[in-house]
Design a protein around this ligand. Structure first.
Ligand code: HH2
Length: 293
């Protein structure tokens, strides 16, 4: 994945880097946030292109919902959903497309159809050959932390130390991927907000994102429209009412140095990141000595 570098104003340190925006293109009839409105390939392609126009540089195409309680989908059905969308987006010139799948056969077909990134919420644990396939495909791979399975993961998740357990899991999965032949530079880590985590677990991870970024891999943050936002704001029971909370989480990610944020509300996130970036750039700009000194 490539991320946008903020142009340095004259005299400013050039190090500032805003997270890239990964726009979510769900092609699932049961997706919690899109409610199946994008179940048709043409509509999904149009939605993806609109997200790109709004500021997304990566589009994440998923055909199997991983929301809490979601039922698994057979590989053939998942491919029938995502492949036409990936092909259409690639044909339209989108160069960074991720496929949100846990199945190696779906990832393989998606990469052949034009995807460049395998986004795996199981961190290459779903199938015994997953890491080998990732190495063979040579694509970028997102390794996400999840405790349990989507069907049951929100049933009283417990950690003695959530930050330590998530970071050691992510490092172990990165090492397993590298041992199978995935290039280190292809590996991304993701703390898996909402995947087997209580509100307190999610907040601890969000508060300690710099520790996860310090592991030395690019970090992807997916907090958009998730349930922890409704737990903090009861008025946001409907996922589409969670954009402000999602933007707040994206800004926490930007401050921590994440490389990308996975979001539904691309335009709002892009505006917030533009303002954040401008403020940070101003912070880095050397100030003239005040005349009154
Ligand atoms: N969250 C969801 C799905 N895929 N991938 C990564 N890397 N990180 C995440 O946090 C993440 C993810 C769940 O969100 P959404 O896609 O909006 O819902 P659904 O699973 O219903 O498609």
């Amino acid at each position: 994945m490539t991320t946008a570098t903020t142009p340095a104003p004259d005299g400013a340190a050039p190090a500032l880097r805003a997270p890239a925006i990964m726009g979510i293109v769900n092609v699932t009839p049961d997706s919690f946030s899109d409610g199946g409105r994008l179940a048709d390939a043409e509509a999904a392609i149009a939605h993806g292109l609109a997200l790109r126009a709004a500021g997304a540089t990566i589009l994440d195409v998923g055909g199997e919902s991983t929301r809490p309680g979601a039922a698994p989908v057979p590989a053939e059905m998942e491919m029938a959903r995502v492949l036409p969308v990936i092909e259409g987006l690639a044909r339209a010139g989108v160069t960074q497309i991720s496929v949100d799948t846990m199945k190696p056969e779906v990832a393989r077909a998606a990469i052949a159809a034009g995807a460049t990134i395998w986004n795996d919420v199981t961190a290459l644990r779903h199938a015994p050959d997953a890491a080998d396939v990732a190495a063979e495909l040579g694509c970028d791979v997102v390794l996400m932390h999840m405790k349990g399975e989507p069907q049951t993961m929100q049933a009283a998740p417990h950690y003695d130390d959530v930050l330590a357990e998530v970071t050691s899991f992510l490092v172990a999965r990165a090492e397993a991927a590298e041992a199978a032949g995935v290039a280190r530079g292809r590996i991304w880590l993701d703390p898996g907000i909402g995947f087997g985590k209580t509100l307190a677990h999610n907040l601890t991870l969000l508060a300690h994102l710099p520790t996860i970024c310090a592991l030395g891999y690019p970090v992807l943050l997916g907090a958009s429209r998730k349930r922890f936002i409704a737990a903090l704001d009861p008025a946001a029971a409907a996922p589409e009412d969670r954009a402000p909370g999602s933007v707040a989480a994206a800004l926490a990610g930007a401050q921590a140095g994440v490389a990308a944020v996975r979001v539904h509300d691309v335009a709002a996130t892009a505006q917030a990141l533009a303002v954040w970036t401008a403020i940070e750039a101003a912070r880095l700009t050397p100030q003239a000595t005040p005349k009154w000194r």
